[in-house]
Design a protein around this ligand. Structure first.
Ligand code: SAH
Ligand code: SF4
Ligand code: F3S
Length: 475
């Protein structure tokens, strides 16, 4: 396998900053033409990694003179940061593109861009090229750091601009970022995935695993903390294999130890952990930590050993349950969440019973339950024993009920406890309340005003409403 560099590419960074200046002059020209500051709208599909990428896109757009808006219909630049992990994500993008076409007919200066995972698929590019001619700019996941340069090329041409790379060994960070929340932030610690679970398209669209240098990650977090961030989420498709390919390899647990030292940082989260790589060292670091949150997202996907093997997950049900036991013994108050797939090729209703058994034995605090989606190019898509829709639906409904009952039971156990909550926002339905997040990732709503946003307060969990609580501040 090729050796990838992982230090930040300073030369490329300087180049992109030059392009930002040039792009700014085009946006200034547009402002004169339309008579107001041009508005941009960034729409994100998919996971936390895409959400972080969108903050980078918005960072560049605001730097070059656009004003952000959530209202697509009033924007002068619209970009969709797409996901292709399941087909329904793709269908949503195609559906909304039709609406954008009608907007552009009314407003010819509107520029439309598409980026993200879906754009890494040849069939998607062919379809857009043929049926969505009004799109101005298309790029993928590997050259997102070229955004400023691509915008300049777009402004200088009237043709559809398509730039998709199959792979990259460059890591270019430190470009402007426009964070969605002032008090919390995601941080990429690694990119790509080497696991090739047989159903999953992510390794094909995000490329091979590359870790960032620890010192670059630590510096980024230190700067965020100076800027008011109290909670970070370390992001990677499989954080437990962080650091393996670095010139001076370090483990994820060692990285966490260093992040913990950062003064002023209050909470550390991470996503996602692959069970096969979760080490005893990580459990030990977590259990001793003051800052690492009491939450572990540990996707199991399925409970049947036969299906787990066909999925190429590289653990058995028994190994997974033993791992969960070890984690719960070390941290009895930890919340464990998971991802589940129903309808993988060859899966029977008996296999689904095995998944249900795992849910009951682990007692998940929450579980994302997905219907298997066939992704072209993955090994599972070529399997001949695809499961009929009715069978999938029966298994899915049954599993979902157990998942929800289990989550409710787990939530109810916390009634009456006093816990720390990070105040995130004013409650959407009731302005006299704020919404806080507990260390275990559960939400609690309680009376307070917006001056507390970004602060950690002690809250009594008074009433359980299924998956969340209402409560009150305890001085
Ligand atoms: N790297 C993470 C998950 C990334 S994708 C991990 O391994 O845990 C997020 C979730 O989407 C996966 O955990 C899986 O449950 C689901 N998923 C991935 N591919 C899928 C497919 N083809 N059909 C249905 N769900 C899928
Ligand atoms: Fe997909 Fe598996 Fe990689 Fe997760 S670990 S991104 S499910 S291939
Ligand atoms: Fe989707 Fe890409 Fe994330 S396919 S789940 S946005 S890595």
């Amino acid at each position: 396998m090729a050796q990838f560099t992982s230090a930040n590419d300073e030369k490329e960074l300087a180049l992109q900053k030059e392009y930002m200046k040039k792009a700014a002059s085009y946006v200034a020209g547009l402002e004169v033409q339309i008579g107001h500051k041009p508005l941009c709208c960034v729409t994100t599909f998919g996971c936390q990694m895409n959400a972080r990428d969108s903050e980078k896109l918005l960072g560049i757009l605001t730097q070059i003179g656009y004003e952000p808006t959530d209202r697509e219909e009033e924007a002068d630049f619209v970009i969709y940061n797409t996901c292709t992990v399941r087909d329904n994500a793709n269908q949503r993008v195609y559906g909304r593109l039709g609406f954008l076409n009608s907007l552009k007919r009314k407003k010819p200066h509107l520029r439309i861009a598409l980026c993200g995972c879906m754009m890494q698929e040849n069939s998607v590019i062919e379809k857009i090229r043929k049926s969505y001619r009004f799109v101005d700019l298309i790029f993928g996941t590997h050259n997102i750091f070229k955004f400023a340069q691509l915008l300049v090329t777009m402004f200088e041409n009237n043709e559809m601009l398509i730039d998709i790379w199959n792979e990259t060994d460059q890591i270019v960070e430190d470009l402007p970022v426009n964070r969605k929340y002032s008090y919390k932030s995601g941080i990429n610690i690694m990119f790509g995935c080497n696991n090739f679970c047989s159903y999953c398209i992510v390794p094909y669209v995000r490329g091979r695993e590359r870790s960032r240098e620890p010192k670059d990650i630590l510096t980024e977090i230190e700067r965020l903390v100076e800027d008011g961030v109290v909670e970070v989420m370390l992001l990677g498709q499989n954080v437990n294999s962080y650091g393996k390919n670095l010139e001076h390899p370090i483990t994820f647990a060692q990285l966490l130890r260093e992040v913990e030292q950062i003064e002023g940082l209050r909470r550390i989260r991470f996503m996602t952990s692959h069970p096969k790589d979760l080490s005893d060292e990580l459990i030990e670091v977590m259990s001793k930590s003051e800052k690492i949150c009491r939450h572990l997202h540990l996707p199991v996907q399925a409970g049947s050993d036969r299906i787990l093997q066909a999925m190429n997950r590289r653990y058995t049900k028994e190994q997974y349950l033993a791992l969960v036991n070890k984690i719960k013994t070390a941290m009895p108050d930890i919340a464990i969440t998971t991802d589940l797939i129903v309808g993988f090729p060859g899966e029977t209703l008996e296999d689904v019973e095995e998944t249900i058994d795992v849910v009951k034995k682990v007692g998940y605090d929450n579980a994302f339950t997905f219907i298997y989606s066939k992704r072209t190019g993955t090994p599972a898509a070529a399997m001949t024993n695809q499961v009929p829709d009715e069978v999938v639906k029966e298994g899915f409904d049954k599993l979902l009920k157990v998942v929800q009952d289990t989550a409710r039971e787990r939530a109810a156990l916390l009634r009456g406890q006093v816990m720390e909550a990070l105040v995130e926002e004013i409650n959407e339905q009731d302005e006299s309340l704020v919404t806080g997040r507990l260390s275990n990732n559960m939400l609690v709503h309680f009376p307070a005003d917006k001056t507390l946003i970004g602060q950690i307060v002690r809250v009594s969990l008074d009433t359980c409403h299924g998956f969340y609580y209402t409560g009150h501040i305890v001085e």
